[in-house]
Design a protein around this ligand. Structure first.
Ligand code: C2E
Ligand code: CA
Ligand code: CA
Ligand code: CA
Length: 287
């Protein structure tokens, strides 16, 4: 609710309306930024924990603002979702990720870049054109469908039959689906029965502190138990797992022992611009 304050200015005191106005303003900014080409993708490797070999890449969007510099997704994705601009922005992300992945494949061969994983918002999944957009982008960029892994959060997937139909169509095209931030949603287990996922990404919150091993730290024990159970469950269902947010070797070692073969995190490699990734593939740079 709003109130007329002194000087007749509108004041907000319960935090309900201000974000809407902020979103409306940022919505215009986002539209402009999209038209001006200010969004860039950074890429973070997904690696074999044992050897560090890169087996996949997640794309992460950034806004290169002309005056404010590099803006992280946490500062504009919520507004893009609220204003609906996530649909054209997400289409840009998908096209750019597929284009770049196809270029890496052409230059460095099928071993270089096994899978590219762009993030997809709930709002995009609900867009009736989503499946045909994906199909058109794959055709246009020449990326084989089985190289594409769409990263979806549990909450994005939860809602409704229509989404399930969309996901099944993508699956039938050969596109892979990864359940992002796994373990933070509300019905992870029931979701797995219906959802045609190929990959589970164990959320960073279960990786943080997982290396701690002092007796009497029940939190660390609980994280280990959950991480282990998720790995076992995934194995039983024939799904791959990726552990997210690995920041030290001790975490990587512990995750290996708990049944993980794939990981992602600053310890393995930070997100980087495409050119850095290209140098890495060209053998000019170590991760
Ligand atoms: P996410 O999909 O869970 O992506 C992982 C986030 O963790 C990324 O943050 C990544 O930079 C960060 N990260 C990776 N390894 C580590 C680590 O070892 N330690 C720590 N502290 N962080 C690590 P980023 O790039 O800021 O993205 C944040 C979120 O924004 C993403 O979380 C995703 O939900 C969303 N996002 C990013 N790009 C896109 C996009 O193109 N479309 C949509 N819809 N959402 C996106
Ligand atoms: Ca993700
Ligand atoms: Ca994640
Ligand atoms: Ca996340």
């Amino acid at each position: 609710a709003k109130q007329r304050g002194k000087n007749n200015r509108v004041r907000y005191h319960d935090g309900m309306e201000q974000p809407v106005l902020a979103h409306a303003r940022i919505g215009g900014e986002l539209r402009r930024a999209l038209d001006e080409g200010e969004f860039r993708l950074h890429y973070q490797p997904i690696c074999l924990l044992r050897t560090g070999q890169v087996v996949g890449i997640e794309s992460l969007v950034r806004w290169e603002h002309p005056t404010r510099g590099l803006i992280p997704p946490s500062e504009f994705i919520p507004a893009a979702e609220a204003t609906g601009l996530i649909v054209p922005l997400g289409r840009f992300v998908l096209r750019e990720a597929c284009r770049q992945a196809a270029a890496w494949l052409a230059e460095f061969g099928p071993e270089s870049m096994q899978k590219i994983g762009p993030n997809v918002s709930a709002r995009q999944l609900h867009d009736p054109d989503f499946v045909s957009d994906v199909r058109a982008i794959l055709a246009e960029t020449g990326l084989p469908a089985d190289r594409l892994v769409l990263e979806l959060t549990e909450s994005a997937v939860l809602r409704g039959k229509q989404v399930l139909r969309t996901l099944n169509e993508l699956h039938d095209m050969g596109v892979r689906l990864a359940l992002d931030d796994f373990g933070t949603g509300e019905s992870s287990l029931s979701l797995l029965r219906a959802f045609p996922a190929s990959i589970i990404k164990l959320d960073k919150s279960f990786v943080d502190g997982i290396e701690l091993d002092e007796p009497g730290t029940p939190e660390a024990d609980a994280r280990q138990a959950v991480a282990h159970a998720v790995a076992q469950l995934a194995g039983a269902l024939g799904l791959d797992t990726v552990a997210e947010g690995i920041e030290c070797q001790e975490q990587a070692d512990r995750l290996l022992r708990l049944g993980y073969t794939l990981g992602q995190g600053y310890h393995l490699a930070r997100p980087m611009p495409a050119e850095r990734m290209t140098e890495m593939f060209a053998g000019q740079r170590q991760l």
